[in-house]
Design a protein around this ligand. Structure first.
Ligand SMILES: *[C@@H]1O[C@H](CO)[C@@H](O)[C@H](O)[C@H]1NC(C)=O
Ligand SMILES: *[C@@H]1O[C@H](CO)[C@@H](O)[C@H](O)[C@H]1NC(C)=O
Ligand SMILES: *[C@@H]1O[C@H](CO)[C@@H](O)[C@H](O)[C@H]1NC(C)=O
Length: 374
């Protein structure tokens, strides 16, 4: 748990770039249409060409190169840029902090071409210790974007975190994040797949993820939908708050997970708050139509005692938690539903159609949601 913690805090240490919001809209360009415009694109076929090309062009293709070890592929794009990714983009191996890629801009579109691959070479770093082991680039793709879309992105073997997002009005669709190579021996620890913080109006949809930490993790953000995302091997469809002792921005509001599945994971649905963290509120949260399979620890877990087992605290309130049509299985030694609320801190929990099977153990609940008997 400690490396996990370390890792989550690492995620928070990012620079928030504030770009003034404007109202220009862009014409959405899909890949085929984009390819038809190919003559007008500037091609970067090596890492060295990238800085000039992103200064000169708004229609950019990055194709088939390796980023030299210890460098970040900086893609600070001009406003209204379109970035296509083709071939395989890899990264030389070095024991440094990363990120491997850093994408920033306003009103941008990033589209992956058929058969492209962003390969983080995680297999060269994984040691089963995540943030506590050899130094690894913490993030494969750091995103700081205001308004835009990321479509059909294939990612393999992130050394640690895969995609870390800060921004607003963003759509992520067709992500394919494959860290199955790290399943052997459980080596790919702390490989959270997609997480966002300080963000507003985020949609993540139609994606498949195989990893070994949170599949999707929502922190200090509002107005997000995660839909039709399918995860295997991870820690959960998660919300995390109060992870920092100094940060007072711990509110999570209006988040919906729907039509998702998760399996072979430690947890399915997963909300955690940390007693020694700051104050805050988690409100208007919905999980709807979620299928949970073969979870090994807790199928549905809400705990306010993160890193302080058995001592839940009420520094972060959880008000308005709706669960609808959640079903699935846990392994026999796992717990179906686990609720550890701080004193008086859980209110307006309304559940319907929640059924977890497979456990030989009883649910553990110190708070009883409306519509579910623990
Ligand atoms: C791409 O170009 C071809 C040939 O000109 C055309 O038939 C097709 O409709 C175009 N596709 C898009 C999506 O613009
Ligand atoms: C919740 O967030 C979603 C996604 O941004 C948005 O469409 C919806 O209007 C929000 N609902 C409320 C009640 O704020
Ligand atoms: C709980 O949710 C159900 C439907 O999901 C709704 O009919 C009911 O009114 C809700 N109850 C409360 C107390 O909000």
């Amino acid at each position: 748990m400690i490396p996990h913690m370390h890792f989550l805090l690492g995620f928070l240490i990012v620079i928030v770039v504030d770009i003034a919001a404007t109202t220009t809209s862009y014409e959405s360009v899909d890949y085929q249409k984009a390819k038809n415009l190919t003559a007008d694109y500037c091609y970067a076929r090596s890492y060295a060409e990238v800085p000039d090309i992103i200064k000169k062009c708004k229609y950019i293709v990055i194709v088939n190169f390796e980023v030299p070890a210890g460098n970040t592929l900086q893609l600070h794009l001009q406003k209204n840029s379109v970035l296509l990714i083709e071939g395989t983009i890899t990264f030389g191996v070095a024991n440094w902090d990363g990120p491997l890629m850093d994408i920033a801009g306003e009103n941008i579109q990033v589209i992956g071409g058929t058969n492209h691959l962003i390969h983080g070479k995680g297999e060269k770093y994984w040691d089963g210790h995540g943030g506590g082991g050899v130094k690894k680039p913490k993030r494969l793709m750091s995103i700081n974007v205001h308004r835009g879309s990321f479509t059909n992105i294939n990612i393999k073997n992130c050394p640690m975190f895969c995609v870390s997002i800060i921004g607003n009005d963003l759509t992520f669709s067709g992500f394919n994040i494959d860290l199955q190579d790290g399943f052997k021996g459980g080596l790919a620890v702390n490989t959270d797949a997609m997480g966002f913080v300080y963000s507003d109006n985020i949609l993540i949809k139609d994606s498949k993820i195989w990893n070994q930490d949170d599949c999707i993790n929502v922190m200090a953000s509002k107005n997000a939908v995660i839909r039709n995302v399918h995860c295997w091997g991870s820690h959960g469809l998660s919300l995390s708050s109060g992870l920092s002792k100094t940060d007072e921005n711990n509110d999570i509001h209006n988040i919906t997970y729907e039509d998702c599945s998760i399996g072979g994971s430690l947890n399915g649905i997963h909300i955690l708050t940390m007693p020694s963290g700051g104050k805050g509120k988690i409100s208007q949260i919905t999980y709807r139509n979620i299928e949970i399979k073969e979870v090994t620890m807790r199928g549905i877990e809400f705990r306010q005692d993160y890193l302080d087992d058995g001592h839940p605290s009420n520094n972060i309130k959880i008000d308005g938690l709706t669960l609808e049509n959640i079903h699935g299985t846990v392994t026999s030694g796992a717990v179906g539903v686990y609720i550890q609320c701080g004193s008086g801190s859980c209110t307006n929990w309304n559940w319907s159609g929640v059924k977890m099977t497979g456990s030989k153990k009883k649910d553990v609940c110190n708070f009883h949601p409306e519509g579910y008997s623990c």
